[in-house]
Every structure is written in C-alpha cells, then in structure tokens.
Design a protein around this ligand. Structure first.
Ligand SMILES: [Zn+2]
Length: 229
C-alpha cells in the first residue's frame, strides 16, 4: 500500500537552517548598513562596510558551523568506535542490549530477541548505531557541507541590503534598507513557519520584531557616532 503522509521533519531540518542563515545575513548586514547610513557616511563607505560585513559574517558562519558539526562528527566517530569494540569483545551482551531496545519499543520478549538476532546477522554495527545510539547515514554529520550551506545562505541574505545600498539614492538608505530587509525577513519567517507546520503570521512577526529592534539600535548608535565625529 502506498505510504501517503509527507512528514515535515524530513524537509524542515535543512529549510530551517537555510532560513536561519539567510535571516542572520539580512539582520546583521542591514543593521550594519543602517548604522553607517545613520552616521551620514558616503555611499562608498556604506558599501565598504556592507560588503566587509557580508564577507566577515559568511566566513564566521562557515567557521562556526564547521567547528560545531566537526565536533559532532568526532563524537559520532568515537561512539561508533566504542560500539565496534563492544561488538568485538562481547557480542552476546550486545545482542541482549539490542533486544532490550526493541522490547522498550513495544516488542514482546521473543520477537525482540529474534529481531535483534536477525539485525545483528545483517549488519550489527549499523543496527546498534541506528537503534541504540541514534546515528543514521541520513543524519550523520557533514561538516564541510554544513559550513558551505551556512555561508551560502548568509551571503544570499546579506546581499539584499548590500544591493539595496548600491542601487537606492543615498538619502533614502536610512529607510529603504530597513524596509526591504524587514519585508525579506517577514517572507522568510512566514516560509519557515509554513514549512514547519506553524502559523505563518506569527513566524513572520517574530523575526520582523527582532530584526527591527536590531536595526533601530544600530541606527541609534550610528546617529550618535555621526553627531560625535
Ligand atoms: Zn551496543
């Protein structure tokens, strides 16, 4: 019989990461540009700050993601090595352990023992990794991939205020950049909410609130600097 449900968990994981990366790019770069524009800097200085912010932000996202996913990969590797040794040293005990996992999931004693026996026969390490530790090939850590996507989504988000700052009249930047940034944040917030099965409006309002707050703060700082300089 065809399996018809489309579980959101499979897609919302990477979409959520992509939207978070883009949001970061929009909020941090739009805030930076708004702050420099509030200090009445020239378009050249505004674009310099925006582009440097984009590059610095993308690299720090990539570095942060790589380091965190790499350490997850290291942990997974250490767990798998420990499991392989346990299978080497005490296979019977490991089979009992696996049967206990299946009993906890609702199988009766006999069936749990039989399932464990067959799973161990088929691929013991994979069965323990998946059912005892929770490591599957689909979810296993991919540091470089994660770093790349994190930097890429940040860059896409950050490009919005940078392009706005290069095209809009300098006199309008103090409102044009925030307005466009908030429109993008709202769209992404609603998209991520829908993908996760939540109410789009609440998702949009939440990210717009924090984005607006960040841009208002940096505009204030920029204004203060503009007066002081
Ligand atoms: Zn085990």
């Amino acid at each position: 019989m065809r399996h018809d449900e489309h579980h959101r968990i499979h897609r919302s994981g990477w979409l959520r990461a992509a939207v978070l990366g883009a949001n970061d790019g929009i909020v941090s770069t739009a805030s930076l540009i708004t702050g420099v524009a509030a200090a009445e800097a020239s378009r050249g200085s505004i674009l310099l700050a925006g582009t440097a912010g984009l590059a610095a932000g993308a690299m720090s996202m990539a570095a942060g993601e790589y380091v965190s996913v790499k350490s997850q990969e290291d942990t997974e590797g250490a767990d798998l090595k420990m499991e392989a040794e346990a299978l080497e040293n005490d296979r019977e005990e490991e089979e009992r352990e696996l049967a206990a996992v299946y009993r906890d999931r609702g199988l009766d004693e006999t069936l749990a023992a039989e399932v464990a026996r067959q799973m161990m026969q088929h691929d013991a390490l994979a069965a323990h990794a998946r059912d005892e530790i929770g490591i599957t090939a689909e979810l296993s850590a991919r540091p470089l991939q994660a770093a790349f996507w994190s930097a890429a989504t940040f860059t896409v988000g950050a490009a919005v205020p940078v392009v706005t700052a290069s095209l809009a009249p300098v006199s309008s930047l103090l409102w044009a950049v925030p307005v466009l940034a908030i429109a993008m944040l709202g769209t992404l917030g609603a998209l991520a909410a829908v993908a996760g099965g939540a109410a789009p409006l609440r998702g949009a309002l939440r990210v717009c609130f924090w984005g607006s707050l960040a841009m208002a703060l940096t505009a204030g700082v920029g204004r203060l600097f503009g007066i002081a300089l």
